[in-house]
Design a protein around this ligand. Structure first.
Ligand code: 2F8
Ligand code: CA
Length: 399
C-alpha cells in the first residue's frame, strides 16, 4: 500500500430512514415540536459524525507524516552513508593517484636515464665507428707499407750481395793500402817534422808581420794626419794667397784712389786758390763764382768740397752785391724741390724776400724747382728765375 492513501466507508441508515417518504401526521402543533426535536438530534449526530471524521482524517494525516519523516530520515542516512562511501572511494582514488604519479615519475626517471644511456651508447657507437674507419685506413696504409718494405728487403738483399762482392775486393785493396799507409806514415813523420819547423818559422814571421802591420798602421795614421794638416795648410795658404791678392788689389785700388784724391786735392787746392784769388769779401766771408757748368746738385757739391755752400741772399744789399760781381747765369742756394711752391734756402730757412724776374717763378713745364741768377743790365735787382735742376750752370758759392 502507498503511504498517504486512505479509503473510508461510511453508511448512515438513520439518514436514509428519515429522508424517506412520510405516511402518517398525528396533530399539527405536537407534531411540529416533535419534528423540530427530532431534526435537532439528527443535526447533533451529524456534527458528531463530522467531527469524528475530521479526527480520523487528522490521525491519518499524522500517521502519514510520521511515515514520511521516517522515510526521509532513512533516505538521509542512506545518503550520508553513500557520501562516506564516496569519500572513502575518493581517498582511495587519491592514494591510487599519488601512487600512480610516483610510479609515473619513477618511470620518467627511468626513461630519462635510459635516454641518456642511449645517447651515450650512440656516442660510443659513433666513436667506435670513427675508430673503426681510422683503423681500416691504418690497416690499408700498413698493408701498403708492408708491401713497400718487402720490396725494400728484396732490394737490400740484392744490394747486400753486391756489397759483399765489393767488400771482398775492398779487403784486397785494404791490404794493399795498409802497406801503402805504412810507407806514407813514415813519410808523413818526416814531413811533420818539416811542417813543425815551418810552423815555428811561420809564427815568428806572423809576429814580425803583426809588429810591422801595427807600425805601418801608426805610420799611416801619422801620414794621414800630416796629409790632413798639409791640406789644411794648403787651403790656408790658398786662402791667404787669395786674401793677399785681394788686399793687393785693394791696396792698388786705394793707391790709385789716393793718387786720384791727391790729384783731386791738388786740383781743388788750385781751384780753391784760384777761387779765393777771384773771390770777393762779403762781411767776414767770401763769395766766388765756379769755373765749370754743373747741375744744381753738382754745383752745390762743388761749393761743399771747398768748404762753402751755394749762396743765401736775404737782403737787397747782398742781392745788389751779387748782381754787381756775377755777370752770367749761375745757381743760387734756393729751391722748392721738397714741396712745389714752397721755396727753401740750403740752410732749410724759408724764403721771406724774393728778387724775382717779372713773371717768375712760373714752374714752366711743371719741372722748374731750382733757382738761378740771370743778370739783366736794365734790372739790377729782379734777377731770379726758376729752372729745371738738371740745367747746367755755374755756381755762386759762399763761405
Ligand atoms: O729756359 C727756361 C726759361 O725760359 C724763359 O726764360 C728765358 C722763361 N721766361 C719767360 O717765359 C718769360 C723762363 O720762365 C724759363 O724758366
Ligand atoms: Ca721760370
Amino acid at each position: 500500500m502507498e503511504p498517504g492513501i486512505f479509503y473510508l466507508r461510511f453508511e448512515n441508515k438513520d439518514t436514509e430512514s428519515t429522508t424517506g417518504p412520510k405516511t402518517e401526521t398525528p396533530s399539527c402543533s405536537q407534531d411540529e415540536g416533535k419534528a423540530q426535536k427530532h431534526r435537532g438530534s439528527r443535526c447533533l449526530v451529524l456534527m458528531t459524525v463530522c467531527l469524528g471524521l475530521i479526527c480520523v482524517l487528522l490521525l491519518v494525516y499524522i500517521i502519514l507524516q510520521y511515515f514520511s519523516i521516517t522515510a526521509v530520515t532513512n533516505l538521509f542516512k542512506s545518503y550520508k552513508n553513500k557520501v562516506e562511501e564516496f569519500n572513502q572511494t575518493i581517498n582511495s582514488l587519491q592514494d591510487n593517484y599519488t601512487d600512480l604519479m610516483n610510479e609515473k615519475n619513477q618511470l620518467q626517471n627511468n626513461i630519462n636515464s635510459l635516454t641518456q644511456r642511449k645517447q651515450e651508447l650512440e656516442t660510443r657507437v659513433n666513436n667506435l665507428t670513427a675508430e673503426k674507419s681510422r683503423l681500416l685506413e691504418s690497416f690499408d696504409s700498413l698493408t701498403q707499407k708492408k708491401q713497400e718494405l718487402e720490396t725494400r728487403v728484396n732490394n737490400l738483399t740484392a744490394e747486400k750481395s753486391q756489397l759483399q762482392n765489393s767488400f771482398n775486393s775492398l779487403s784486397q785493396k785494404k791490404l794493399e793500402l795498409e802497406t801503402r799507409v805504412s810507407n806514407l806514415t813514415a813519410e808523413k813523420s818526416q814531413l811533420q817534422s818539416t811542417i813543425n819547423a815551418l810552423n815555428q818559422k811561420k809564427l815568428e814571421l806572423e809576429t814580425r808581420v803583426n809588429d810591422l802591420t801595427a807600425e805601418k798602421s801608426q805610420l799611416q795614421s801619422t801620414i794621414n794626419a800630416l796629409n790632413q794638416k798639409k791640406l789644411e795648410l794648403e787651403t790656408r795658404v790658398n786662402d791667404l794667397t787669395a786674401e793677399k791678392s785681394q788686399l793687393q788689389s785693394t791696396i792698388n785700388a786705394l793707391n790709385q784712389k789716393i793718387l786720384q784724391l791727391e790729384s783731386k786735392v791738388t786740383s781743388l787746392s788750385t781751384e780753391l786758390k784760384q777761387a779765393y784769388e777771384k773771390g770777393y769779401r762779403w762781411g767776414s766771408g767770401w763769395i766766388f763764382l765756379s769755373n765749370g757748368l754743373n747741375s744744381w746738385s753738382e754745383s752745390r757739391q762743388y761749393c761743399r768740397n771747398i768748404g762753402a755752400d751755394l749762396v743765401i741772399i736775404k737782403s737787397e744789399e747782398k742781392q745788389r752785391f751779387i748782381n754787381s760781381i756775377v755777370p752770367e747765369r749761375a745757381w743760387i742756394g734756393l729751391n722748392d724741390i721738397q714741396q712745389e711752391g714752397t721755396m727753401k734756402w740750403v740752410d732749410n730757412s724759408p724764403l721771406n724776400q724774393g728778387f724775382w724776374f717779372a713773371g717768375e717763378p712760373n714752374d714752366a713745364g711743371g719741372n722748374e724747382d731750382c733757382i738761378e741768377h740771370i743778370p739783366y743790365p736794365q734790372y739790377p735787382i729782379q734777377t731770379w728765375n726758376d729752372l729745371p735742376c738738371s740745367e747746367m750752370r755755374k755756381a755762386i758759392c759762399e763761405k
